[in-house]
Design a protein around this ligand. Sequence first.
Ligand code: FES
Length: 157
Amino acid sequence: QALHRAMEENEQPTGGPYFVGKKDELIEAKRSFRTLEDRDIVIIHHQGVFYALDSYCYHAGGLLQNGDIEELNGRLCIICPKHKYKITLAEGESLYKANDPQEPQPVPRWYSKGMKQRTHTVTEINGEVFVKLSKDQGWLESDFFQGEKGKLERAKV
Ligand code: FES
């Protein structure tokens, strides 16, 4: 309770942590949409672990909460339903598979485009789940779809 009160009284956008739900409810829902400090995020429970990411795909604002989750190259990824971009759940890194034409007999391999989707920190205390928004790493491409311009773009797709 004290923790909740402290968060409510704090009016500066600090990034949280914010209470986002009871653990049991979030597990049951598997994917939960929340808005924290005007930022739309999705909280995902998968194979016993919570993840939180910006809701809209960094590429063109696709709804990540509707994406399938697959293990690719040993890493859990959400596949954006819009154009099938693959984003690691834990880091927001965008992965793609390609051939290296320099190789004499090219075989498809996984490569990284780097961090593209902002991920947030999820913690659980006594059956309650909290998300702290990440503010680091400077500007990430998924930030675009959280701003006014990004909202207009999202409305078109
Ligand atoms: Fe997600 Fe294009 S909008 S892959």
